[in-house]
Write a protein that binds this ligand. Structure first.
Ligand SMILES: Cc1cc2nc3c(=O)[nH]c(=O)nc-3n(C[C@H](O)[C@H](O)[C@H](O)COP(=O)(O)O)c2cc1C
Length: 400
């Protein structure tokens, strides 16, 4: 994998290594893929306004989140069933994150038990929680996370039911993964995966407790969790100011602005579109993380300049794992670190704290403010500052 120069190269390698049933589970979105695409397109609507002749020789992308220092302003999002891509993928992800000085959130749906990831991963991961229906089962998971030393718990709230991923249904995808008649040839065409992943770690795995029912959960469950969990608590899957306010009111330490990588409600707005108004509303009270569609360092820098405190990476790192395990995950993180560093230098920016809307402009024609007002007297080719647009959106939110 030494020749992978960017995340798209790793994606290509993952596609070659994985059978179609697994690749599409990782890469795909819900229904038409509208939100999956929107996550990427949102970055296209924003351009950089770099400053020149700024001494950037001492620049740093190190930052702090939830009271801890991190080497870069991003970490790894929870990825359920990552073990379909690589044997003990969760350990590979944890080790790569630890080596890079970054956080890793372990999914409830991990093939490797939390305690083993904490032991072999170099540090205890954050733990992502899907609330089981029974309080006792939820309390048991919370207790395990406490005992394993997890510093943060992340409650995912955007899966009251599973998203409609038609490619998975078409492929006969299910857990535990069974290679049916239609997919067995595909498996045979990927012998390294078949021997190294399927036969060694998927066959015979008991995943019965993954069939959790979550459609009854509401904010009273979150209030219970707040009482049960004394450390940092995040809500993952927030897309509106209203829910961000509720998270703050219920004592969350942070939120993840996220649409689950376009895998849940197709047609939901892009994470980047939702971000500015949420930052304006709760940014002073909560840590605001964001995920969805981040494939370049430039994407990460744009989100930080829009006010996010931190970015989480999903598929970008999972492609690396699928391509070559821990080495591939490390490579994905290295690629993004070096891209962030270069973009900051080219912007004339020395630190994450300095990043702000002064470095951004809306691409001509995509500025929502310009689209909604009379253009007479203004030059449509001259993009306005994102700052103004964000202010306008917030004023609009407050009026509603
Ligand atoms: C294969 C896969 C499995 C996922 N499993 C979980 C999960 O178990 N829990 C969760 O909160 N989010 C899960 N997500 C969503 C990610 O945490 C994250 O929100 C999303 O991947 C971000 O979008 P990106 O992949 O475009 O970076 C999963 C995403 C993928 C691609």
């Amino acid at each position: 994998m030494a020749q992978a120069r960017n995340i798209e190269d790793l994606r290509f390698a993952a596609r070659r290594r994985l059978p179609r049933i697994v690749y599409e589970y990782v890469d795909g979105g819900a229904e038409e893929g509208r939100t999956l695409r929107a996550n990427r397109e949102a970055f296209e609507a924003i351009r950089f306004a770099p400053r020149m002749l700024v001494d950037v020789s001492r620049r740093s992308q190190a930052t702090r989140l939830l009271g801890r220092p991190f080497a870069a302003p991003f970490g790894i999002a929870p990825l359920g069933a990552a073990g379909l891509c690589w044997r003990d993928a969760e350990v590979a992800l944890a080790r790569a994150a630890c080596a890079a000085g970054l956080p890793f959130a372990l999914s409830t749906h991990s093939f490797v038990p939390l305690e083993e990831v904490a032991r072999r991963g170099g540090a205890a991961p954050w733990f992502q929680l899907y609330l089981p229906r029974e309080r006792d089962a939820a309390a048991a998971l919370v207790r395990r996370a406490l005992e394993a030393g997890c510093e943060a718990l992340m409650l995912t709230v955007d899966v009251p039911v599973g998203g409609n991923r038609e490619h998975d249904r078409r492929n006969g995808f299910g857990l535990p993964l069974r290679l049916g008649a239609r997919t067995v040839l595909d498996g045979l065409a990927h012998p390294r995966w078949l021997a190294g992943v399927y036969l060694r770690s998927i066959v015979g795995r008991d995943l019965r407790d993954w069939t959790l029912r979550r459609d009854r959960a509401d904010w009273s469950d979150f209030a219970w969790l707040r009482d049960a969990w004394p450390r940092k608590l995040l809500v993952k899957g927030v897309l509106t100011v209203e829910d961000a306010e509720l998270a703050a009111r219920h004592g969350a330490d942070g939120i993840v602005v996220s649409n689950h990588g376009g895998r849940q409600l197709d047609g939901a707005l892009a994470s980047l579109e939702a971000l500015p108004a949420i930052v304006a509303a709760v940014g002073e009270r909560l840590s605001v993380l964001v995920d969805g569609g981040f494939r370049r360092g430039a994407d990460i820098v744009k989100a930080l300049a829009l006010g996010a405190d931190f970015v989480l990476l999903g598929r970008a790192v999972l492609y690396g794992v699928a391509a070559s395990g821990e080495a591939g995950a490390r490579q994905a993180l290295e690629i993004l670190k070096s891209e962030v560093d270069r973009v900051m230098a080219l912007l004339g920016c020395n630190s994450v704290a300095e990043l702000g809307p002064q470095y951004l402009r809306w691409k001509s024609g995509s500025d929502p403010k310009l689209q909604n007002q009379e253009r007479s007297g203004s030059d449509p080719d001259f993009p306005s500052s994102v700052d103004e647009v964000v202010r306008d959106r917030v004023v609009h939110q407050l009026r509603v």
